[in-house]
Design a protein around this ligand. Structure first.
Ligand SMILES: [Cu+2]
Length: 71
């Protein structure tokens, strides 16, 4: 499955690295893509937990303002 999260706070490669690092530690996460233009974080993996992923993004210092799940 895939989770697409709206994270308006990401603005540069440092933000991208911070988000990828924190989200990458969440169980089940395979790939993490951060689009700095659209401000969308796309997470691929198995049995992804939205709460855990949101918490990881929060931990990195950013806020999730919306999400979409693609199966
Ligand atoms: Cu930045």
């Amino acid at each position: 499955m895939k989770l697409i999260l709206e994270v308006p706070g990401v603005s540069c490669s440092h933000c991208e690295a911070a988000v990828k690092s924190e989200v990458g530690r969440v169980v089940g996460v395979g790939n993490v893509d951060v689009d700095l233009t659209t401000k969308l974080v796309t997470v691929d993996g198995d049995h992804l937990d939205l709460q855990q992923i949101s918490a990881a993004i929060d931990e990195a210092g950013y806020e999730v303002v919306g999400h979409q799940e693609v199966r």
